[in-house]
Write a protein that binds this ligand. Sequence first.
Ligand code: SAH
Length: 442
Amino acid sequence: MSVLVRSGVGPLCAVARAAIPSIWRGKYFSSGNEPAENNPVTPMLRHLMYKIKSTGPITVAEYMKEVLTNPAKGYYVHRDMLGEKGDFITSPEISQIFGELLGIWFISEWMATGKSTAFQLVELGPGRGTLVGDILRVFSQLGSVLKNCDISVHLVEVSQKLSEVQALTLTEEKVPLERNAESPVYMKGVTKSGIPVSWYRDLHDVPKGHSFYLAHEFFDVLPVHKFQKTPQGWREVFIDIDPQVSDKLRFVLAPCATPAEVFIQHDETRDHIEVCPDAGVIIEELSRRIALTGGAALVADYGHDGTKTDTFRGFCGHKLHDVLIAPGTADLTADVDFSFLRRMAQGKVASLGPITQHTFLKNMGIDVRLKVLLDKSNEQSVKQQLLQGYDMLMNPKKMGERFNFFALLPHQRLQGRRDQMNARQSKPFASPVAGFSELAWQ
Ligand code: SAH
């Protein structure tokens, strides 16, 4: 097992990361091929069968929501599923460079939008806190740039277990955490660099100050409704108990139209689609906030621009997993439809992307950063880990093209500011948005 030893905290050092397994959450899977003996009756399966027996088949969205975030038995609620011992691995867990470049993106946008005196960094679904930890390390190193800025960190997390892991990653042990399970701010602390950090279950509870939002591999876990085109029109896919096999679930089609059909576009040409109303609600809330107080949102996930069909899949122990087998023991996910996110933001804020992770990180200067870290390190194993991490993030056949970046910005950000106009320009000058265009090294 080639796990690096944490060798220092300065940004010039290579920081420990897990060995990279060969699979990440970027493949498709549907249900029905598993033999019955591989279908243990989990507490979640018992709960779902009881629910279906009492009220009838459930939507795929309800299934995902119960399996992933049910407060008593949900997959995300009581376990740490990330990393090499877990079920899947994410970019920040693979390479520190990922978080460092995102840290630079946020500072760049903060500067381009007038260096506000307050800076709320809000992350949705922070996992183990590794990404925000890497971002804060960059903020510490660029302390002179941010010195007059009042920074705070706000984490939106439903998982009790992961919020504890995040606190361990981020906070100073000597300052005890304040906990209040009844309050919308269920935990508060201070980071190792002295920044206040608060935990919430819902974005709506995060204060509406000038904020920069981050969602990495968050939108893909939100519940999706699935629809199939039939000669009678769109029909929603439901989950029912299989009448042939005891303790087994199966997909069925609704006999008539269902409410979530309103999310299907009139000119839709695909014959199977997935819609995610919760993603729409969150994008609308982010857009309202950014339009009101400024700031920006950066969304990174695997997804498509309104072209893919059946992407619902499961992951367990770094392997694809039948979504209907042993619910509660595996992660469930579906590709993010960026065309839907864009529609939900329209009219309120401007959006950029999706562009591939390869392009975004290239534009952010990943090659320069890799070189600095390689030059700085003397150990061959560290160099090898850095190069493997780079390959995993950037290789078009690995995460480079499957993952996308998408941003929400106030309209003025792209129109430019009058005070940035130079004498020869008739229009205000808008500085390029880092990552979405090539970075000019000056
Ligand atoms: N961003 C992290 C983790 C991605 S896994 C990374 O890239 O490593 C998804 C994260 O979203 C987990 O932290 C999970 O607990 C959280 N999560 C899942 N559903 C959520 C919801 N409805 N609201 C808030 N957080 C949620």
